[in-house]
Design a protein. Structure first.
Ligand code: DX5
Length: 204
């Protein structure tokens, strides 16, 4: 059984879309600064305002997360991931997140070699492996991600592996077989009956 983190990026973070995904395991909140990625989305104030019974799984796609992560901790995030490509101080970001009692994750783009995160695998709680270039929903799943998932799983049998981008019933199965635990999905969930789609992913 996979866990599901439902993204509401394509639904513009509407409260209606948030309510529709209440059967997921996490609510994925995609924070983009218009610098690390071209798009600009929400910031900590919106993370705080969104009402959900689900844990808030915050995915920071921002540069210099060490300068801003405290705002997201204060906004009520339950777990926070930042991009390895976006900071020179990953230990500082991990320390701030875990020091506040939250789970810390590192995310990496499809174009980033997996070995970049190896030095941190013993110190973080989860990894977000992306089969896409971060920044937008609705992109095509890149199969190169499967080898990365296997490599991370081989190095650390206990770490949580979240996969974010291009996930549907078929690609979800591939990544779970490779060793993933949590499926992040946006377009797949919102292009049909959200409850049914979440069930499909959970049953993988
Ligand atoms: C993109 C975001 C994703 C996005 C996934 O950078 O991190 O969470 O919403 O969208 P789909 O599931 O459509 O690929």
């Amino acid at each position: 059984m996979a866990k599901v983190s439902a993204s509401v990026l394509s639904e513009n973070f509407s409260q209606e879309a948030v309510d529709e995904v209440s059967s997921a395991d996490f609510l994925q909140l995609d924070v983009m600064d218009g610098l690390f990625v071209p798009n600009k989305t929400i910031w900590a104030d919106t993370v705080n305002l969104i009402k959900t019974s689900l844990p808030k799984d915050v995915h920071l796609m921002i540069i210099d997360p060490e300068e801003f992560v405290q705002e997201f901790i204060d906004a009520g995030a339950d777990r926070i991931a930042f991009h390895i490509e976006a900071t020179e101080y990953p230990e500082s970001v991990i320390g701030q997140i875990q020091g506040a009692g939250l789970k810390a994750g590192i995310a990496l783009s499809i174009e980033t070699p997996v070995k970049k995160i190896f030095p941190f695998l013993e110190n973080i709680d989860y990894v977000i492996v992306m089969p896409i270039i971060p920044g937008a929903s609705g992109q095509k799943f890149d199969k190169r991600v499967l080898e990365k998932i296997k490599a991370i799983r081989a190095k650390n049998p206990d770490i949580e592996i979240e996969v974010d981008g291009g996930i549907d019933g078929k690609t979800g199965k591939l990544v779970v077989e490779a060793g993933a635990d949590i499926l992040v999905a946006d377009s797949f969930i919102h292009s049909g009956d959200a409850k049914e789609r979440i069930k499909i992913l959970k049953n993988i």
